[in-house]
Design a protein around this ligand. Structure first.
Ligand code: AMP
Ligand code: MG
Length: 361
């Protein structure tokens, strides 16, 4: 129910949550009605929760920016229910796109190509390219299908916060700002999709669960934008505008420690002694390989260092959780390659690139 509306503020709503595990039909039917009426709906995907609007309606899309507090120059992703829907969104289909769609869709891969005229400027932030993805999640696809339009969506967090991986996270950020959250349980991957630009040479703008190696096996050489592991410098233009902004950042200070499991744990323990002596509350995002070093210290195991996918799944939810208590969060760095690239990309941004190398004495 809509309560009020002002131009400079998002409308106020009584936010409803519908559990799609039990009520998928009812939830997606109601969600589709809202999308068709130009309203916003938060919905689960296999990556993170999305905040969707009718992707062909510029006024509806503008509400996403208002609800999130998102800078107007950061474009959104169009979500489609079937591969052939890309035809209305892209001016032409790049040659590698068909192979990639056939190999990885539905799934956590977003493809960028020159846009057609029907895509509103609000979606692309004025760029002449548009990002498109076909999600795997059944609720997401059913919502898009019933809406009868592509759904433009970024992650459903307030701008600058870690992306939401549960409906509760969305509620924390969006309560009162949107009419409906579809609750499909925790997200399978927990980090956002891989974003691959096909506007020039194939280039990864944001790493995700579909790795460079997987993409290269399908289409040959694939580059990685240097903004993936580096902060943007003053005056530099971003290939992907999302890289410009402070992302995934908790209020607590996040410090990444690099080295072997033993070196890392030893250094974290000594840094914690110093920080606690200054009265700071510390927590550790630990791994299976290091948890035994942290007995008696507040820590949560993210997963296995040798299986970065497990670290990705829990990273954002653990950061959100620790942020409610800790002044300083220590996290373990891993090699930024293969599946480790997505983890390190998110972690380094959460830490504002604050890294300590424990392999150096
Ligand atoms: P989110 O899923 O919330 O992270 O938002 C979508 C991401 O896709 C942002 O990082 C955008 O910068 C990126 N993106 C969307 N469209 C484009 C585009 N046309 N060119 C480059 N990056 C894009
Ligand atoms: Mg986002």
């Amino acid at each position: 129910m809509r309560v009020q509306n002002r131009k400079d503020e998002p409308a106020a709503y009584e936010t409803q949550i519908i559990q799609t595990i039990r009520q998928d039909e009812a939830g997606t039917t109601q969600g589709a009605k809202l999308i068709q009426a130009g309203e916003l709906v938060a919905f689960p995907t296999e990556t993170v929760y999305g905040l969707g609007a009718d992707g062909l309606n510029g006024e509806a899309v503008a509400k996403i920016f208002l609800a999130k507090g998102r800078p107007a120059d950061n474009p959104l992703i169009e979500h489609v229910a079937k591969k052939s829907d890309v035809r209305q969104l892209w001016r032409r289909i790049p040659k590698q796109a068909q192979v990639l769609m056939d190999t990885f869709w539905p799934g956590p891969l977003t493809l960028i190509a020159p846009k057609s005229d029907c895509v509103p400027d609000a979606v692309t932030a004025g760029l002449d390219t548009v990002a498109v993805r076909m999600p795997q999640n059944k609720t997401a696809r059913s919502l898009i299908q019933k809406s009868g339009v592509p759904i433009a969506a970024p992650s459903a967090n307030r701008s600058g916060r870690p992306s939401p991986t549960t409906a509760q996270h969305v509620f924390e950020d969006m309560n009162g700002r949107i009419p409906l959250i579809l609750d499909g349980g925790p997200c399978k991957y927990g980090v956002e999709s891989t974003v691959l630009s096909l506007a020039g040479e194939p280039t990864i703008l944001r790493p995700g669960a579909i790795t460079r190696e997987m993409l290269a096996a399908a289409i040959g050489e694939v580059g990685v934008s240097k903004s993936v592991l580096e902060p943007m410098r003053e005056g530099e233009t971003a290939a992907s505008p999302g890289m410009k902004y402070k992302h995934y950042a908790p209020n607590a200070e996040v410090i990444v420690v690099l080295g072997s499991p033993e070196q890392t744990a030893k250094r974290i323990n000594s840094l914690i002694r110093e920080a606690e002596a200054e009265g700071k509350i510390c927590e550790i995002a630990a791994t299976e390989q290091t948890k035994h070093f942290y007995k008696g210290k507040k820590h949560i195991v993210l997963g296995d260092r040798d299986e970065p996918v497990t670290l990705c799944t829990k990273l954002f939810s653990v950061l959100r959780d620790m942020d409610t208590r800790a002044d300083v969060i220590f996290a373990e760095g891993i090699p930024a390659e293969d599946e480790g690239l997505a983890y390190m990309n998110r972690l380094l941004r959460a830490a504002g690139f604050h890294v300590i190398d424990a392999s150096q004495a």
